[in-house]
Design a protein around this ligand. Structure first.
Ligand SMILES: NC(=O)c1ccc[n+]([C@@H]2O[C@H](COP(=O)([O-])OP(=O)(O)OC[C@H]3O[C@@H](n4cnc5c(N)ncnc54)[C@H](O)[C@@H]3O)[C@@H](O)[C@H]2O)c1
Ligand SMILES: [Zn+2]
Length: 370
């Protein structure tokens, strides 16, 4: 047995902690950060909260698309240079945070486009980054990856240098997140915890974090969906989503391979795509590896659960938050299956699925999830 264990990001958590941003930037040596966000956020309650602490001379780049594309990162890097910035504040969900993370690669090496990203190049000395999530889902605030559509496919650009210098988790920023997005992003966090716990790499630290994340999500997600103003549930969800992001440094699985093409080809939200694929993948995995989900079931509050009971509980939780089954309800058609399957198979996440999956398996899983 061997392992590499690393939990490097400083995280500050609590209602009102966003107020510490100016002093924290100062401590990082940042005078003029580029704020990276998306157009939806500019109109949100969260942005009003952010404006209370924002420096008047901080440039704002707000052109990030949901499921961001390479051009977003390039445009953000231009804004950084024009604004003569010396750091990045990424405010938003995974989309804004991932673009904020990746902009720094183009600042460090303007000659290397994202499509030619080379893990082995020297990426030391990226500008400082503060991540401020406004959804409780991706965990990108503490992650080593940036997920960007490059050449028509979701690409997971991975490098430890992408890590944020600091993450600020302030539940006041998620109070206004609509119920549908609360549910979808929360389902992403749940999927991160379940897939990372059951992926086969030896990482008992991540396993412990993932199980506690599952417990917190089962408690807090239905509450946050029912009552967006429940600041305690919002806080627990932010922490649980961050824990999911920490846990999946271990790895993900086939659910994410199925979900990525649903976003690129069918424009589906990443969390929704995960939610609709999670139960069928769990059934597939449990048939081949009986007992795989017992501890997940225990974390969900069941006593001595079977795999079937655990999967039922996950289905129940997803239905309770409005994410019952049916890809076809989201515009996915039989004619999409070929392209979806090709991209899902090319996606790297399923290589760390608890059991191997073939291209035919992926297609069958899509069909079941329809
Ligand atoms: N880097 C990683 O480790 C990682 C992990 C999982 C997912 N992802 C990626 O993250 C992206 C999804 O991120 P997401 O699920 O957070 O959604 P998102 O960032 O795409 O945001 C979705 C929508 O929610 C709105 N929004 C966000 N916060 C809000 C708030 N507080 N109030 C009102 N509206 C708000 C945004 O304006 C946007 O329209 C996908 O591209 C996915 O592939 C990355
Ligand atoms: Zn995800």
């Amino acid at each position: 047995m061997k392992g590499d264990f690393s939990f490097p990001t400083t995280v500050i958590f609590g209602a009102g902690r966003l107020a510490e941003l100016p002093q924290r930037l100062h401590a990082l040596g940042v005078r003029r950060p580029l704020v990276v966000t998306d157009p939806g956020l500019l109109k949100s309650e969260a942005y009003r909260v952010f404006e209370r602490v924002k420096g008047t001379d901080w440039p704002v780049f707000s052109e990030v698309h949901p499921n961001p594309v390479e051009a977003d990162v390039e445009a953000g890097a231009r804004a950084y240079r024009v604004g003569q910035c010396d750091g990045v504040v990424a405010l938003g969900g995974g989309s804004a945070m991932d673009v904020g993370k990746a902009i720094r690669l183009l600042i460090r090496r303007p000659e290397v486009p994202l499509s030619a990203f080379d893990f082995h190049a020297d990426w030391s000395g990226l500008p400082p980054l503060v991540t401020i999530p406004t959804t409780a889902g991706t965990g990108s605030e503490v992650g080593r990856s940036s997920v960007i559509i490059v050449g028509g496919e979701k690409r997971v650009i991975f490098h430890p240098a992408l890590l944020a210098s600091l993450a600020i988790l302030d539940p006041e920023l998620t109070l206004g997140l609509p119920a549908t997005l609360t549910a979808a992003t929360g389902a992403d966090a749940l999927t991160h915890c379940i897939e990372s716990f059951t992926s086969p790499v030896f990482h008992p630290l991540c396993d412990g974090i993932a199980l506690e994340g599952i417990r917190l999500i089962a408690e807090a997600l239905p509450r946050a969906v029912r009552n967006g103003q429940d600041v305690e549930a919002r806080g627990l969800m932010l922490v649980a989503a961050m824990m999911g992001g920490v846990a999946f440094q271990k790895d993900l699985g086939a659910v994410h391979s199925l979900a990525h093409p649903l976003s690129t080809i069918c424009g589906m939200h990443h969390g929704t795509a995960n939610a609709l694929c999670l139960p069928v993948v769990m059934e597939f995995n449990a048939r081949r590896k009986p007992g795989l989900y017992r501890r997940v079931g225990a974390a969900l509050g069941l006593r001595e659960p079977t795999d079937a009971e655990t999967i039922e509980r996950v289905r129940g939780l997803l239905s309770e938050i409005g994410l019952g089954p049916g890809l076809s309800r989201f515009g996915v058609k039989a004619t999409h299956l070929e392209a979806l399957t090709e991209q899902a198979y090319a996606d790297g996440c399923h290589r760390t699925n608890p059991v191997p999956v073939t291209k035919e398996d992926l297609r069958a899983l899509y069909e079941q999830a329809m």
